[in-house]
Design a protein around this ligand. Structure first.
Ligand code: TYD
Length: 207
């Protein structure tokens, strides 16, 4: 048992995870908690290099290689940042974790979701979040938000619409399989309302 609290945010691209992570961090800090806000891929120096490969490499990456790269990023991140923070008693607020691998590499690509999950569990020594917030959003709506942002698309964001629909279904299936760990929210709602729901759940876990 760790002393801290491990909260992850999941959902498709454009669901608003970064905004919610920032709001949650601000509230936790104002309540006197020490927060480590981080993300995958790319939460460490090694991770930044891996992130560049998985998101920006121009050629093909074999599906198993891609899954291993995300798992390698995760292994190093958990060992060097997340576990030490939890052992100190900090709250870790993290943009994406193993559910993203199951959803994107498992359902979106051709790999078996259970195998991808087992790979991540091996990589992290079995670390699961205390709470996973799933910001669920219709991919067409998410795409409109990404278009409005005017950022260049990375490899996954530029996948076809049916890929994003499969990823969404995979996230919802993961949440249904572990209802105690997941809080599923309709990401089309106002950010302030979503933030209040997240704070309510986190408060209950910290109490
Ligand atoms: P993210 O950092 O959320 O993107 P951005 O900063 O551009 O909003 O995630 C980058 C991409 O990585 C996203 O499309 C999902 C993908 N991803 C996986 O495919 N598997 C994983 O295990 C993780 C953590 C992310």
């Amino acid at each position: 048992m760790s002393a801290g609290l491990f909260v992850t945010l999941e959902g498709g691209d454009g669901a608003g995870k970064t905004t919610q992570a920032r709001m949650l961090e601000d509230w936790l800090v104002a309540s006197g908690r020490t927060v480590v806000r981080t993300r995958e891929p790319g939460g460490t120096d090694v991770g930044v290099l891996i992130r560049d490969i998985v998101l920006h490499h121009r050629g093909d990456i074999a599906p198993r290689a891609e899954a291993l790269l995300y798992a390698a990023d995760r292994a190093h991140h958990v060992a060097s940042i997340v576990r030490p923070a939890l052992e100190r008693g900090d709250v870790v607020v993290q943009d994406r974790y193993l559910d993203s691998s199951v959803a994107y590499q498992g359902a979106g690509r051709v790999l078996d979701g259970d195998e991808v999950r087992q790979l991540s569990l091996w990589a992290t020594g079995g670390l699961l979040p205390d709470l996973t917030v799933l910001l669920d959003l219709d991919p067409a709506r998410a795409r409109a938000r990404l278009d409005a942002d005017d950022k260049p698309f990375d490899r996954l964001e530029s996948e076809r619409d049916d890929f994003h629909a499969r990823v969404r279904e995979a996230f919802l299936a993961l949440a249904a399989a572990e209802p105690e760990r997941f809080l599923v929210l309709d990401a089309a709602r106002a950010p302030e309302e979503l933030g209040a729901d997240i704070r309510a759940r986190v408060s209950a876990l910290l109490a």
